[in-house]
Write a protein that binds this ligand. Structure first.
Ligand code: ADP
Ligand code: ASP
Ligand code: MG
Length: 402
């Protein structure tokens, strides 16, 4: 079997954990498998590197930031190869350039275009464990790119697809995918299985246990994933197309604290205004999520929407530059908000899910500021300070009560 095993930052946080991961990989290797290991940067290294950058320049050039962040993963793969060598196993570390993992040019948010499998396959054939840097790629100028925070999962899935691996295992600091973040809702339940679609919604809506693009890629290429703990041998959660379980009304609750709310006040109440505002943001690659339009004073309207915090500055800047053309009287930005979502394929055919969610929030006195729905999710925007209480209340309404 060819197995891709990915270990996140906490799983390789110190020498002891690196040795533990090395042992686990060697175990599979000794059973006669070909093993490709994908690693994240150690512990909170990426955060520390970002801090370093900002101390030097609060607005670092994106190319240089990627150049810096990529060093985190390079450190872990080299140390892992050394750990394996010390245990008498032949291993080789490779960065994205050495593999040739080609991405788009978008620094900080690059997407894979093509992965050369030749080098890795040659190394595997000569009996080595291959250890690859997660989170990074190279663009067509041969510059280093990164895939966005949490992107190592995507590296693992992309490699599993390119190498036609028999298994893709994502090892992390929890035992699998839970009905809610187990750090916020301690009694959340571990799921045995979850579909790609549900996992994709959860990941996109803030459950960072998997990078959302890794789920997108897994679905596209039919890569079955297992999410499990690097610290024990518990079974974990399988992510695949269909699950054998009956689809539940609500499979999980997710929270995204990385949201910012932007309000555009007093725009003319006439056709085409919303189009021009959101087209402007789309042209700058700014993703908008929850949107609310309301009537303002004197035949004007107010439009509020959420974006990721990293994009808020750029969004406000773009709107300011076009204030007159878009007939905007005032722009407001707010960061102390969070998105709370319930996700479940079962809600398509079930009325009353929204009502039940709002009831749970009412029970704990949490105010809803905006609402968005799709076929399999309901999202509300709430104050950041309410998040933990709200998440537990909503989770228990759907998942404990059954
Ligand atoms: P890694 O460094 O291994 O990639 P991450 O920190 O990116 O780990 O993701 C694992 C974390 O995701 C967990 O520690 C947990 O707090 C969080 N998390 C959020 N939602 C969920 C969920 N539904 N199930 C499991 N973990 C979740
Ligand atoms: N080290 C990167 C990050 O912290 C990538 C990852 O952990 O997946 O975002
Ligand atoms: Mg992660």
């Amino acid at each position: 079997m060819l197995i891709v095993k990915k270990f996140g930052g906490s799983s390789v946080a110190d020498a002891e954990r690196i040795n533990n991961v090395a042992e686990r990989c060697i175990e599979d290797y000794r059973k006669g498998n070909q093993v490709v290991v994908v690693l994240s940067a150690m512990g909170k290294t990426t955060d520390a590197l970002i801090n370093n950058a900002q101390t030097i320049n609060p607005n670092p050039p994106k190319r240089e930031l990627d150049m810096l962040l990529a060093t985190g993963e390079q450190t872990s793969v080299a140390l892992m190869a050394m750990a394996m060598a010390a245990k008498g196993v032949s291993a080789i570390s490779l960065n994205a350039f050495q593999v040739a993992m080609h991405t788009t040019s978008a620094y900080g948010n690059a997407r894979f275009k093509r992965i050369d499998s030749e080098r890795i396959l040659n190394e595997l054939d000569s009996g080595r464990i291959v250890i690859v840097t997660g989170f990074q790629g190279v663009n067509r100028r041969d510059d280093v790119t990164t895939l966005g925070r949490g992107g190592s999962d995507t590296t693992a899935v992309a490699l599993a697809a390119a190498l036609r691996a028999d298994a893709c295992e994502i090892y992390t600091d929890v035992e699998g995918v839970y009905t809610a973040d187990p750090r916020i809702v301690p009694h959340a339940r571990k799921m045995k299985e979850i579909t790609y679609d549900e996992m994709l919604e959860l990941a996109t809506l803030g459950a960072k246990v998997l990078h959302n693009r890794s789920v997108e890629l897994a679905k596209k290429y039919g890569v079955q994933l297992v999410v499990r703990s690097s610290l024990n041998r518990e079974e974990g959660t399988i992510v695949r197309e269909v699950t054998s379980m009956e689809s539940m009304l609500v499979s999980g609750v997710a929270v995204d604290k990385n949201a910012a709310r932007i309000a555009v006040l007093g725009v003319k109440n006439e056709p085409g205004i919303a189009f021009r505002i959101f087209d402007l943001l789309a042209q700058r690659n700014i993703n908008v999520d929850v949107i609310l339009q309301s009537i303002g004073r004197d035949d004007t309207k107010d439009i509020s929407f959420t974006v990721d915090q990293e994009q808020a500055k750029e969004a406000v800047q773009a709107l300011k530059e076009n204030k007159e053309r878009l007939t905007i009287q005032q722009i407001k930005e707010e960061k102390n908000v969070a998105k709370l979502s319930v996700v479940g394929a079962g809600m398509q055919s079930n009325a009353g899910v929204a009502a039940k969610m709002f009831e749970a929030l009412y029970d704990v006195g949490v105010n809803i500021r905006m609402i968005a729905t799709s076929e399999i999710r309901i999202t509300v925007l709430i104050d950041l300070e309410d998040v933990d209480v709200a998440m537990r209340a909503v989770h228990d309404k759907f998942i404990h009560e059954k």
